[in-house]
Design a protein. Structure first.
Length: 290
């Protein structure tokens, strides 16, 4: 069999497997992979220099209609992928900010900075220097690369909500509370790690581990507050987002079929999240772990 035909054959088979998996999800009524599991905060490693920072913990970028409009357009593929117009909309509402502020306070994340659609690489460079919980070899290698990347490819245009463990900074460009809490989960997860630089490096190879922990904590926070509507929203957003990581991971083992595997995983996430939301809505406030 010729190489091209062989790749198409393998890709077709894998696509069939993805379809079968989605059908299984439908038959089972949803899978609670991201069950609510809180991240413990009994032992946190927090940099004193960042705790002593007197500047506001949540800061906003100035309105730049043309720049933010361009960023909104650049973010269209992500809006379609997660099927939500608030993704990379570059307008963070008070609702998302209040949820984020409450999360930071309840989890003792006084050292974390939240930049809501703000571009401040020089300040991030200062935070990189002060973040002594990350060993200096990591700070001045991967840490410098991360800050440089944020400076060269500004989120004000290219979006991409994320947590930078080297500067202890959450960057938000989407007006979705579930995404904000997920990034907060990363910050909380890193705060309990003694070797945060090594943990950050591990993310480059096994991100699914970090992503699972952060999403489970976000669900735990919402369920503890009894916010059923937000939990249902998180199902619709975090499950397909989780599918992007699963799809990328599985796709790396079959490069010839990576595209159908990736999008099939995202679609499976959408289906799973909506099935869970429908089930939780039917059961009312009783939405415990399956």
């Amino acid at each position: 069999m010729k190489p091209m035909k062989w790749r198409l054959y393998i890709g077709g088979r894998l696509l069939i497997l993805v379809i079968i998996s989605m059908t299984t999800i439908l038959a089972l009524g949803g899978c609670r992979v991201l069950r609510p599991v809180p991240i413990p905060i009994a032992n946190q490693h927090i940099p004193a220099d960042l705790v002593d920072d007197t500047s506001p913990p949540i800061v906003f970028g100035s309105r730049r209609p043309i720049l933010d409009g361009l960023g909104w357009c650049v973010g269209i593929p992500d809006k379609v992928l997660l099927w939500d117009r608030r993704i990379s909309n570059h307008r963070i509402s008070e609702d998302t900010v209040l949820v984020m502020a409450d999360y930071l306070e309840q989890n003792n994340l006084t050292h974390v900075k939240v930049r809501a659609n703000q571009y401040a690489p020089l300040d991030d460079l200062k935070r990189l220097r002060k973040n002594t919980t990350v060993a200096w070899p990591w700070r001045y290698t991967l840490g410098l690369v991360s800050v440089a990347g944020e400076a060269i490819l500004p989120g004000r245009v290219f979006g991409g909500d994320h947590f930078n463990p080297f500067t202890q900074t959450i960057h938000l460009y989407s007006d979705v509370p579930a995404i904000a809490l997920h990034e907060g989960g990363h910050a909380k997860d890193f705060s309990r790690r003694k070797y945060q630089g090594s943990y950050a490096a591990a993310y480059l190879f096994v991100p699914i581990w970090h992503e699972t922990i952060a999403s489970r904590d976000a669900f735990s926070f919402l369920e503890e507050r009894g916010e059923q509507k937000r939990v249902e929203e998180a199902n619709r957003i975090l499950y397909p987002a989780y599918g992007t990581y699963l799809g990328s991971g599985f796709g790396s083992f079959a490069p010839g079929a990576s595209v159908p595997i990736y999008y099939g995983s995202v679609l499976a996430g959408h289906l799973n999240g909506r099935i869970l939301s429908r089930d939780q809505e039917r059961r009312g406030s009783n939405f415990g772990v399956r």
